[in-house]
Each structure stands twice: as C-alpha cells, then as structure tokens.
Ligand binder design. Structure first.
Ligand SMILES: Cc1cc2nc3c(=O)[nH]c(=O)nc-3n(C[C@H](O)[C@H](O)[C@H](O)COP(=O)(O)OP(=O)(O)OC[C@H]3O[C@@H](n4cnc5c(N)ncnc54)[C@H](O)[C@@H]3O)c2cc1C
Length: 391
C-alpha cells in the first residue's frame, strides 16, 4: 500500500477533520462496566446517529446502500481520524461489519431495502447468534433446530455468548434445517427479530462484573421463510462470509479504542512520580511505553496490509486471521504493561474509575471471541503459510 495520500484522500481527511472539530464526540466512557452501562450505550447510539446524519456512518459501504462509497484507504484514514479525535467505538459494529456486508453480498432486494439503512443510523442494533454450548470453534456442530411449518420456520434451541443480545433489535442466526447430511450442510442463516415471542435473553456475568453477553433461548419461535438470508441449507457459505468479515473488519474498528487507552495510560503516567522523579523520565517506563507504541503502529500497518489485500481481491482474506491474532494478543500485552507501570493502584475501582482493572480483565476474552488464538494459528499455518494439516 502506498502510504502517501493522494489529493482526493487528503481532501477526504481534511473534510472529516473539519467535521469532527465541529461535531466532537464528547462521550466519556465509564472506566468499568462500559459494555453494559445503559447510559453509555444510549450515548453511543446517539453518536452513531450523529455520524450518520453527517454522512460518516458506513464510510466504505457502497453509495447505493447509503454509505459514503469511500475506498478502503479512506476507511483506514477514517479509523485514524476517529482515534485522533478520541471518538469511541461504534455501537452498531455487528450490523456495520458483519450483518450489513453479508446482507449486501447475499440478501434479496427486499432485505437490502429493509435492513441496511437502520444499521447505518443505529436505529437497529444487531447481534450474532452463532455459538452454542457445544459449537464454538467447531461451529458446524450447531444444533439449534428450525423446522419448516407452512410459510414459517419454527426454531427451538439455545445460543450462548451472544454479545449485545440484551439490547439488540435483530439477530443474524444460524440454525440447523437438515440433520441428514454432513454437518456443514443443512445449516441456514435467518434474520430474526429479537422481540419475537419465544425468545428469552439471559445475561451472563463476565469476570469484569458486567453482563455484555448472554444466553439466548428459542422456544417455538416462528420466523417467516422470507427471513432466510441466502439459500435454505446453504447457510455455511453465509457463515464463512460473516466470519471473514468479522476477522477483517472488527480489528480495524478497535484501533480507536486501543489508541484511546494508550493515551489514557500516557496521561495517567504524566501525573505520577516514580523513584522520586516524574514517571515519564524513568528509562524503564519509557522503554515499556515505546514498546506499546511500536506494537500499536504495527497494528495500524497490519490493518493497512489486510485492507490492501482486500482491495486487490474484493474479499477479506486470511490476513484477517493474522490481524485477529495480533490485536487480541497485543491488547493483552498493553493492559499487562499498564498494570505493571501503574502498580497496585491500577487494580482498584477508584483508579481512573476502574479503567485499567476493567481493561485488563476484559482483554482476556479477546483471544477467545471472534475465533480463538489456537484456531487462528491453524488458519494461518494452513491457508497463509501452506503448511500441511496435523494428523
Ligand atoms: C467476549 C466474547 C464475546 C463473544 N461474542 C459472541 C457473539 O456475539 N456471538 C457468538 O456467536 N459468539 C460469541 N462468542 C463466542 C466465541 O466465538 C467462542 O467462544 C469461540 O469461538 C470459542 O468457542 P468455544 O467457547 O466453544 O470454545 P471451544 O471451541 O470449545 O474451544 C476450547 C479450547 O479448545 C481450543 N480448540 C478448539 N478447537 C481447536 C483446534 N481445532 N485446534 C486447536 N485448538 C482448538 C480452543 O482454541 C480453546 O482454547 C464470544 C466469546 C467471547 C469470549
């Protein structure tokens, strides 16, 4: 990727900078319980609406679907400018990065007209109902059943770890519609209204103390057959599209969050003293901060590398797995460094409203969600490096 900006890209950046200056995010994240703080969630919805009204939601979505039609380089500029402005992550991330692109790729004309615009404006938030108690890494083992009854499917079963289900309006749901063949066959993807009778959302408590994901139970839930995304029994291909988008897109959106946390760490250290002098003058502190800074930059460049590949092929590639592995392990290293530099105070809820204690605990889930590190390493070994499968 050529990292020098063309005149058009500079104009894009300048327009965005001017807009962000006139429309600053002004959203303070609570240090702890960020993902389940109702006030913060509402503020994030308003922020995405503000971006939408300004024409900045779904920047890389095609214009025909309400996006800005920006190039992937411009999308990368967008992430960097959002980070520089201290903007928070977008609340509609599952819709913007997973459901939306998949509906664009395989949805019917009616589905595109119905679902895409409210995703951009955050009027409708989506969740992803893939994982089940016995189907996580081995997703094709899923057992939630949908049986055809006239014009409807009737769903029974359970999903687990469903982030945002407690306030989501829609769910991108994988169900088994045929159990007679190989496990990758007979899966169907459905677009399900979370307010349909028979859906019960039970919050799960994370080790951070918050409840940001859930168990979701389906009891005789009726969903019209017109809600199938793609073809009946061919949902595995749809799921792969979703997972590739997940690995390729969620990471780049996280740059803003990591950058914000890194700046918060710098800010806090600037106020601290260590061994009788300003903490930022301590060579050990400087060395550790430099390491975090370098790794954050590597993350940015890796994102650009994945985008370059996506620009060339038109689809997210296996680089997404490298990116997923990198961001999840980097965030754990960064929060570990923060805990070491800030000392025991960092573990207290009183320190920066519990920010570092929260981030440290929350980052543990990073190497599990969106595919575990072990599974990403398998994908990189086989699809990027071309190594043979283990016996
Ligand atoms: C914070 C968080 C949010 C999440 N949000 C969602 C969501 O919104 N929607 C959703 O559908 N799911 C969500 N998940 C679920 C997540 O995708 C799964 O937890 C993940 O895919 C792992 O599946 P599992 O938990 O069943 O573990 P398992 O697949 O049972 O894995 C257990 C262990 O075995 C290892 N393992 C498994 N297979 C292999 C293999 N072939 N080779 C080497 N090692 C292997 C794994 O790496 C892991 O260490 C979320 C998870 C977390 C932690």
């Amino acid at each position: 990727m050529d990292l020098s900006l063309s005149p058009a890209e500079r104009a894009f950046r300048d327009e965005l900078r001017a807009w962000l200056k006139a429309n600053p995010p002004n959203i303070e994240a609570p240090g702890s319980h960020a993902e389940s703080d109702a006030g913060y969630i509402a503020a994030l919805r308003r922020w995405q609406r503000q971006l939408f009204d300004g024409g900045w939601s779904g920047v890389a979505w095609p214009k025909e679907y309400g996006g800005r039609g920006a190039s992937l380089v411009e999308q990368s500029i967008f992430q960097e400018e959002m980070a520089a402005a201290g903007a928070p992550e977008l609340i509609g991330v599952i819709g913007l990065s997973l459901a939306g692109p998949t509906i664009m790729a395989v949805g019917t004309h009616e589905q595109k007209s119905r679902y895409l615009a409210p995703i951009l404006s955050a009027d409708e938030i989506w969740c992803q109902g893939f994982s089940e108690p016995n189907a996580g890494s081995d997703l094709a083992a899923l057992g939630t059943k949908a049986v055809r009854d006239g014009d409807d499917f009737v769903i029974n079963g359970q999903k687990i770890w469903t982030s945002f289900a407690h306030f989501a309006d829609w769910c991108l749901l994988l169900v088994r519609t045929d159990a007679s063949g190989a496990k990758h066959q007979g899966i169907t993807c459905l677009l399900v209204d979370m307010r349909t009778p028979g859906i019960e959302v039970r919050p799960l408590r994370m080790m951070t103390g918050e409840s940001a994901f859930n168990e979701v139970f389906f009891t005789d839930v009726r969903v019209a057959a017109s809600q199938v995304l793609g073809k009946i029994n061919e949902g595995w291909g749809v799921a792969i599209t979703v997972l590739m988008n997940e690995r390729a897109n969620l990471g780049s959106g996280l740059y803003a969050l990591f950058h914000r946390n890194y700046k918060a760490l710098l800010g806090r250290l600037a106020k601290m003293r260590r061994h009788g002098r300003p903490a930022l003058d301590d060579p050990l502190v400087r060395q550790k901060l430099a390491q975090v800074h370098i790794e954050l930059e590597i993350f940015r460049h890796n994102t650009n590398r994945a985008l370059t590949s996506q620009m060339k092929t038109g689809v997210p590639g296996a680089e997404g797995s490298i990116q997923k592995l990198y961001w999840s392990e980097f965030n754990q290293r960064m929060t570990q460094t923060a805990m070491e530099l800030l000392g025991p105070d960092a573990q207290l809820a009183e320190c920066d409203d519990g920010l570092w204690n929260y981030q440290y605990l929350r980052s543990r889930g990073n190497t599990i969600e969106a595919g575990t590190s072990e599974v990403q390493r398998n994908i990189i070994a086989q699809r990027v490096l071309g190594l043979p499968r283990s016996a």
